[in-house]
Design a protein around this ligand. Structure first.
Ligand code: PLP
Length: 576
């Protein structure tokens, strides 16, 4: 090859391909079937191969072994004495060369002096591994990682300089998109998580393991004894006669609608300011959602507007739809005004299906969420107040007849057995393993519920002390209502302030979320319902300026202080 230099002390085996302008220095060895690209510099005492591919313009410094299984793309820098491994659990006496885990180092990455790359990982494009770091998992593109085990501490530009929190290179000013969510796998030690399931797991892990072990032993993965046991506890907690568990909150809503025979030609009144599943369940059943705007104080369906919508609907009903039910949603954990709603339902002969997906644990005038309408539905999605480790849900009712129908419906509408089908049903069961997990979680749930209330109270106190508190509307508290605090949501003055606060929180490694950015009547999939911008001004307005901050029972006071400091934007923007 043109201009290739191989020092006379270096050994290059047969069937090796070395690119032009590549130099190989003293005592290095390239083993057979390896390819080294053009313009590379291979230092002293380097081993490459067998069967290794090194891209173009790579620099491999002294004392590096690039073993079989490792691939270097172009422009990779391997610092002096850094280490690749290729077997995860080597034993001298056990042959494991058939268990090589491949390692890929992508274009432009730099691996610092003395760093160690545990086999099986991918090192992202232009990422930077600090000197001495021990990399045990994949490194994202442009990430800067340090330490043992290596953790991400920032972002690095193609030019090798840091990228700041605005995602601009401090030196060359190159702009980047937000690459990946830095806190997505809590790579930074001091990130404040939105929901901290790991902290909870620490407390209940032995119980969970024991419960799962029991399931593994009896092997009844479908409708095992844990399911019934859980249902008894759920019913007791929600103060209702029956709790019927099921596969998700969405399926709970679908089965509740089906149990009351709601379908084609029926109208169901609900809020547009909710998760899509509420309206989706209505449409899956063939019925039509009729939206009613929210009450600005609670974010929940407005009782006055509900009354007006129903009365207008019955007076001038052009659609031919028959009003059948109301689905109030206890948004963020706060129950709706059920006295008002149940009264309207009674007057108009409507069924009240409570969407308590976010409010399990909440109270309304001494009664528990889930039991506030004719039928209640909740979700055990992991981030909900009571969550499992997958999907799950439950239906609550005092009616024996409705409970029996749901029990049948969740197993394909079974009659006396699974192969005798007496009504339309679905595959809607809760897994036994999820029930086993929930049995461990429900034990600590009352305590967690209490902790959430204390944490919410502390947020409210702290936030009201901020200089800019006037621009932040706090979640209301109401006589007779106890929220489950699934979310702690604030209403900011406008969308501009929200985006400043979002950026500020992100820069301080604090998670936040927007529930919900688009009201349901403006969703693409619901366009055929004929709604337009302006139909529900409260929901539309709130979608533009609501924000939810970290909320879980394990939030520490100092973390709350940090979150609240992140809301204090007056310090960083000039008066406008
Ligand atoms: C989460 C949620 C649902 C759906 O629950 P899944 O278990 O995810 O199906 C329904 N309604 C509301 C308001 C929710 O927040």
């Amino acid at each position: 090859m043109a201009n290739t230099f191989i020092h006379k002390t270096a050994v290059v085996d047969d069937k090796v391909d070395i690119g032009s302008d590549t130099r190989i220095w003293h005592f290095s060895h390239v083993l057979q079937n390896s390819i080294v690209g053009q313009g590379c510099s291979i230092g002293q005492n380097v081993v490459i191969g067998p069967d290794v591919k090194v891209g173009n313009n790579c620099k491999i410094q002294n004392n590096v072994s690039v073993y079989k299984g490792v691939t270097l793309e172009d422009d990779v820098f391997c610092g002096p004495s850094m280490v690749f491994t290729n077997v995860f659990n080597p034993r001298s006496a056990i042959r494991r060369m058939d268990q090589i885990r491949p390692t890929l180092v992508k274009k432009g990455a730099s691996l610092g002096a003395n760093s160690t790359i545990i086999c099986g990982v991918t090192i992202g494009k232009y990422s930077f591994v600090g000197a001495g770091a021990v990399v045990t998992k994949d490194v994202p593109d442009h990430a800067l990682v340090k330490g043992n085990p290596a953790k991400q501490t920032g972002w690095i530009c193609e030019c090798g300089e840091k990228i700041n929190s605005e995602m601009i290179c401090c030196v060359c000013q190159k702009e980047y998109q937000w690459l990946t969510d830095m806190d997505s796998d809590s790579t930074t030690g001091n990130t404040i998580a939105f929901v901290d399931l790991a902290a909870q797991q620490k407390i209940i892990l032995p119980e969970i393991e024991k419960n799962i072990q029991t399931v593994l032993q009896h092997g009844q993965y479908i409708m095992g004894p844990e399911v019934k046991k859980l249902e008894t506890q759920l019913a007791k907690f929600a103060k209702v006669k029956h709790a019927v568990t099921c596969s998700s909150g969405t399926d709970a809503l679908i089965m509740a609608l089906m149990a009351y025979g709601i379908g084609y030609g029926d109208a169901v009144f609900t809020t547009p300011f909710t998760f899509i599943a509420t309206a989706e369940a209505i449409r899956i059943c063939g019925a039509t959602p009729v939206f009613v705007d929210i009450d600005p104080g609670t974010f929940n369906i407005s009782v006055e507007k509900l009354k007006k919508t129903i009365s207008d609907f019955t007076k001038e009903n052009h659609s031919g739809l028959k009003p059948k039910a109301i689905i109030p949603v206890d948004l963020f954990g706060l129950p709706c005004d059920y006295d008002g709603i149940n009264m309207i339902a009674k007057e108009n002969d409507l069924i009240v299906i409570e969407d308590a997906a976010q409010s399990f644990g909440a109270e309304y005038k001494g009664r528990m969420a889930g039991g506030l309408g004719h039928i209640g539905c909740t979700s055990f999605f992991p981030a909900k107040p009571l969550g499992c480790y997958g999907d799950g849900g439950a239906v609550f009712t005092d009616s024996d007849e409705i409970a029996e129908k749901v029990i049948s419906m969740r197993i394909h509408g079974k009659g006396s057995n699974k192969y005798d089908n007496v009504r339309l049903g679905i595959n809607g069961r809760l897994d036994t393993i999820q029930a086993a997990i929930l049995l461990a979680k429900i034990k600590i749930f009352p305590n967690e519920n209490q902790k959430r209330r204390e944490i919410a109270k502390r947020y409210t106190n702290l936030i009201s002390l901020l200089n800019n508190a006037d621009n932040i509307l706090l979640p209301g508290t109401f006589e007779g209502y106890k929220s489950a605090w699934a979310q702690y949501s604030l209403l900011l003055k406008n969308d501009k302030i929200r985006s400043i606060i979002q950026k500020q929180l992100k820069a301080s490694s604090i998670s936040s979320a927007v529930y919900y950015p688009t009201p349901l009547h403006l969703q693409t999939a619901y366009r055929d319902l004929g709604y337009k911008q302006g139909d529900f001004p409260m929901s539309e307005d709130f979608a533009g300026r609501v924000i939810s901050i970290p909320m879980h029972p394990y939030l520490k006071e100092e973390e709350q202080l940090r979150v609240v400091a992140g809301l204090n934007y007056s310090a960083t923007i000039p008066n406008t």
